[in-house]
Ligand binder design. Structure first.
Ligand code: NOJ
Length: 787
């Protein structure tokens, strides 16, 4: 018997706290009364999938026709009319006929209630619709883009932003977000680098799990929880040449060491769905990769949710060249483990005939439908298909003052100060609040749409604070002049003269440079990661004119960007450089808070900044090679025409104060591979202002049976310190942190010496050592072999 329900006549009565939608459950009664005698399907019991959810899925599945089953595996985009997302007449008919189980991009409490009502009251089985949308970094209150969020090194902030997005999205009737995007990206040309946490598997894993927790909360059935999708499974960020949708030429080892950890972390955090990726690995597109979707995801990681295709990913098996027709594409995808098809309709259009002709097993259709139904049940959709969405809730939740305040706070934490030179006896930043005049130069300064970045949900540019607006508010007594400079997509330079003039007439100059919000994101790869258009020329003209007049006034560069940009000239020739990414609706306010010193910057780079596109891919956790770069030895791993070092390393970021590290201690110098240890370090605010430092710990297994990266992040902590204050920061290292994949791909801790480095970036030099003694400790057996 279901918890909280008991049958009475042909209805179910609620006996516990769960409110059941009675029209909806009516048709399940017949099946439910058999439940007591039925064996419960042998599935992993995770917090996501309760026995109750399984029983609901069992009972509904029994009642379904093949067409209805395929309907549950089908998701389609909503239609649009002048008033916003809707469902057209054909779609409505399909809902009634039970031929559609899910929509994407259908939202708004009133709209959603209308169509959900048709599903649960007018379709034969009353199965509720599942409604998804790309709520990536906010629904209406837009937060920093995920790459910027990663720059906070603050998992609580990531969880908080995801929770706030869930509050707004669920008020608008959504159940499901296609986030977090957890693809590791080490090629800045790839436009979708903006959607993830950057280059590092450890930081990526922490951020992935935090977002899952933020979206889904403790209880998926809560009306304020939204189902998460971990995407794009897998290794999509390794696209060859940085070109979107391209093949990913990696080894199994790279897959497991670099690309899979954030996916595994998100699965273990209880994520309800995964999305397959567009790319292929070793000749197998993810949408047909049963090894990845079934052997690794379901069996090795015990994932109990369901897998959705990425848009027309099932259909794309044809252009990939592994399916000659749509029926084959559908069979291959569902067989591999893609449970729900988004947007293309191959499952619905071809699989009934395939099953009837005996070319595809009904059992595989059934298990996919079961997975979809039990996630719907876990969301509480069979209890309340509307999940409390209402116009009232929308009014209360959307863009409320507390949400904007959170967006501003988190946006401040995302800003990374790359350089800050001393000008006239003081650092160029923060700007004095007594500044008489400031020239703001660059078209992006006035571009509130760009502050939202890519995938900005229902964010509106009218709600977003541009850099210029933020500065005008923060510096009411400063005369601020604005010169647009040059456009971003052309080499027109006619605006340079005006910008030079404005710079000459002001006491300080702020160059706002970088990319428009749509220059990164899906299908927005760039072959060059230098400043687009004639922006470099603009910056050079301004700086040269200012210096030619003998002035030492500060010329500060602020970047707006969705990827690392190669800016060696700016770094060398301006007084300060700050990275502001795309910070969301509070961009201008948050940036102004930092520029005027209301708060010290505390962001750190989640991705290496190269000197030039030619260095890409470049990342801190590289291998040493047999011939590590050596300036005095020609035959070592380097370039003739560029240094081998990055412009700014991973983890770098300055503050308005300074931090000193010392007194590093390891709790045990010798330990067994199954033991844990603590590494501690004293962090002191050695400057004159309060500030927050991200203390980082890097680790290396000095000599192992397979080559290891030169160092790998294994811990970080944000530490707020008053001037002169010292705090001892402790990092716990567990066997899992010391482990690696050996030659058999077992996860092991090997005996030998390890080095730890502690400091404020991946270039940290303060080090200590410990030794693992005894036998090899096996933490996990080798994954199934890729077929
Ligand atoms: C394609 C994108 O790759 C994916 O990230 C997104 O979630 C879907 N479209 C749905 O919009």
């Amino acid at each position: 018997m279901l918890t909280g329900m008991r049958p009475k006549g042909n209805r179910l009565l609620v006996t516990g706290p769960v409110r059941v939608h009675t029209a909806l459950v009516r048709s399940f009664v017949v099946a439910l009364v058999f439940l007591a005698s039925m064996p419960i399907a042998a599935v992993a019991q995770t917090p996501l999938i309760s026995k109750r959810a399984n029983r609901i899925a069992d009972s509904v599945l029994k009642l379904m026709t093949l067409d209805e089953k395929l309907g549950q595996l089908t998701q389609t985009p909503s239609a649009n009319d002048q008033t916003g997302p809707t469902v057209d007449a054909g779609g409505l008919q399909q809902i009634r006929a039970g031929k559609l189980g899910a929509f994407l991009n259908l939202m708004g409490a009133d709209v959603v209630r209308k169509f959900q009502r048709v599903a649960v009251e007018e379709s034969r089985l009353h199965i509720p619709l599942l409604l998804g949308y790309d709520v990536i970094h906010g629904m209406r209150t837009i937060f920093p883009v995920p790459l910027a969020m990663a720059a906070t090194f603050d998992s609580a902030a990531a969880a908080r932003a995801a929770h706030i997005a869930a509050l707004e999205a669920t008020a608008m009737g959504l159940h499901w977000t296609f986030a977090p995007m957890v693809d590791i990206a080490r090629d800045a040309r790839w436009g979708r680098i903006v959607e993830g946490a950057g280059e590092d598997p450890y930081l990526g894993s922490v951020m992935a799990a935090a977002q899952v927790r933020g979206f889904q909360g403790d209880n998926l059935a809560s009306p304020t929880s939204i189902l998460a999708t971990v995407k794009h499974f897998a290794a999509y960020g390794g696209a060859e040449g940085g070109r979107d949708y391209n093949i990913v030429p990696i080894s199994d080892r790279q897959l497991f060491e670099v690309y899979l950890p954030p996916f595994e972390a998100a699965a273990r955090a209880g994520a309800g769905t995964f999305m397959a990726s567009f790319n292929e690995i070793s000749g197998t597109p993810s949408h047909a990769n049963d090894w990845l979707l079934t052997d690794v995801l379901r069996k090795r990681w015990s994932f109990a949710g369901f897998v959705v295709s990425d848009w027309t990913g099932v259909l794309e098996l044809m252009p990939h060249g592994i399916a000659a027709d749509s029926a084959t594409a559908a069979r291959r995808a569902l067989h591999a483990g893609v449970d729900m098809e988004m947007s293309s309709m191959l499952y619905r259009n071809t699989l009934a005939a395939e099953v009837k002709a005996g070319r595809f097993p009904l059992a595989l259709v059934d298990s996919a439908v079961h997975r979809v139904l039990r996630v719907k049940a876990a969301l509480g959709l069979f209890d309340d298909p509307y999940r409390g969405a209402s116009a009232d809730r929308e009014r209360k939740e959307i863009l409320s003052a507390d949400k904007r305040a959170a967006a501003r706070e988190i946006a401040r934490e995302s800003i990374v100060l790359l350089t800050n030179n001393v000008v006239n006896g003081a650092p160029a930043l923060p700007l004095s609040r007594e500044l008489r005049s400031l020239a703001v130069i660059g078209t992006l300064a006035d571009d509130s749409a760009s502050t939202l970045g890519s995938w900005s949900g229902q964010g509106r540019k009218e709600d977003a604070i541009s850099v210029l607006t933020g500065l005008r508010r923060a510096l009411p007594n400063t005369r601020i002049t604005f010169a647009r400079g040059v456009p971003l997509d052309s080499i027109r330079t006619s605006g340079i003269a005006e910008a030079v003039q404005a710079a000459g007439a002001a006491d300080a100059v702020l160059l706002v440079l970088g990319e428009r919000g749509d220059m990164s994101g899906e299908a927005s790869s760039r072959a060059s990661i230098e400043l687009p258009g004639a922006q470099l020329e603009l910056a050079q003209a301004v700086v040269r004119a200012v210096r030619a007049g003998g002035s030492s006034k500060p010329v500060i560069a602020v970047l707006m960007n969705g990827r690392p940009l190669a800016i060696p000239w700016l770094a060398d020739s301006t007084s300060a450089v700050a990275v502001s990414w795309f910070l969301g609706v509070e961009h201008g306010n948050a940036l102004a808070d930092i520029l005027i010193g209301a708060e010290s910057p505390s962001g750190k780079l989640p991705v290496t900044f190269p000197r030039a596109t030619g260095q890409v891919p470049i990342y801190y956790a590289h291998k040493n090679t047999g011939r590590p770069a050596d300036a005095n030895n020609h035959y070592t791993s380097k370039y003739l025409d560029l240094p081998w070092t990055p412009l700014f390393p991973f983890g770098h970021g300055l503050s308005y104060t300074t931090f000193a590290y010392g007194n590093v201690k390891v709790s045990r110098e010798k330990l067994r591979g199954s033991d844990s240890l603590t590494v501690s370090v004293d962090v002191t605010n050695s400057g004159k202002r309060a500030g927050t430092e991200v203390a980082q710990l890097y680790l290396r297994d000095d000599a192992a049976t397979v080559t290891r990266p030169v160092r790998e992040l294994r811990g970080f902590q944000r530490v707020a310190l008053q001037p002169g204050e010292t705090r001892t920061v402790r990092f716990s290292l567990k066997p899992q942190d010391l482990a690696m994949y050996d030659r058999e791909m077992r996860r092991v801790v090997e005996p030998g010496t390890f080095t730890v480095w502690l400091g404020g970036s991946s270039a940290a030099t303060l080090e200590s050592h410990f030794t693992v003694t005894g036998d090899v400790v096996v933490l996990a057996k080798a994954p199934p072999v890729f077929r």
